[in-house]
Design a protein around this ligand. Sequence first.
Ligand code: PMT
Length: 326
Amino acid sequence: MASQSGPEAAEEHTSGADIQSFFDSAPPLKNSLEITDKLKEFLDKNSIPTRDGRANRVVCVTSGGTTVPLEQRCVRYIDNFSSGHRGAASTEYFLKAGYAVIFLYRRGTCQPFCRSLPDDPFLECFKFIDKSHVKVREPHSEAVKMAISDHHNVIEKGLLLKLPFTTIFEYLQMLQMVATSLSVLGPHAMFYLAAAVSDFYVPWKSMAEHKIQSGSGPLDMSLVQVPKMLAVLRKEWAPFAYCISFKLETDKNILLKKADMALSKYKMHVVVANELLTRKEEVVVVTGDGKVSVCRDKTQVDSDVEDPLIKLLVEKHSIHLEDSCS
Ligand code: PMT
């Protein structure tokens, strides 16, 4: 959700007290022990240096939009737009570049290796012969085989950990857990924050428990600002990690100015600026050294902008690693 109308409007002021109050009011994660165990297992595996003595690189890719429930027994919620395509595609390219990936994603959004699967309803992709023989219909057979085998490959090697969220409460608690766990990797850890994160929420304690009744006329509801966690992620949760955030706007006239502001205010290493309508064609990579426009290769039908984008970010991360280790 957009939170203000112009670039000059102050970006959200987040204090330690706002952050504390957000976490205090959040309903605790139901599966936090399970997530802790999964993170530990993943990091034990991926923090061992490779055969040539190099430390592994691990990236946390966040993907999809967070929801803001309006009732504790939630019937209605406010959602943030994001198909999850950016996060899913980027995950595939990071894996290809040799990174292990924690994919923190909104339930039901796009998944890595599923982009080339058919849009047809799932069951219509199969041909039933008898109970022990079910075949994938042509022309989908090759795409389905590739998706299953690529996914199986990275899961088998322990290179991809998928953690789903739905609400803003779940997302920020999980991001904190991932960030504090990844801090042991120092500059080898990267955050690629492509999720579309809610800017306003209803604190759990002031939220109606039951379905809000429609009989009593217009709904008058006050939302509180979600604290921006980018600064605390940089300063406290994972101070040595390489951090990339996204800036989404619908008005291209304010996009780059807002990206510059995010870069300096939250001390991000990179801000990727994108406009809603053209986000699949072009993004602008904003760093302290300047701005680089990255475009999809339009001569190739199946090309996507994430391919050159991840190549550029991996190069920048390598330079950052050299600088941090020298
Ligand atoms: O999923 P797709 O359909 O492929 O679309 C991709 C995308 C457009 C969602 C993606 O490229 C993108 O821009 N994601 C960030 C959207 C967003 O929340 O932008 P923002 O300008 O509101 O926030 C900027 C940054 O602050 C984000 O990195 C966000 O993670 C962070 N944030 C936002 C709000 C908040 N309360 N706390 C935050 O930390």
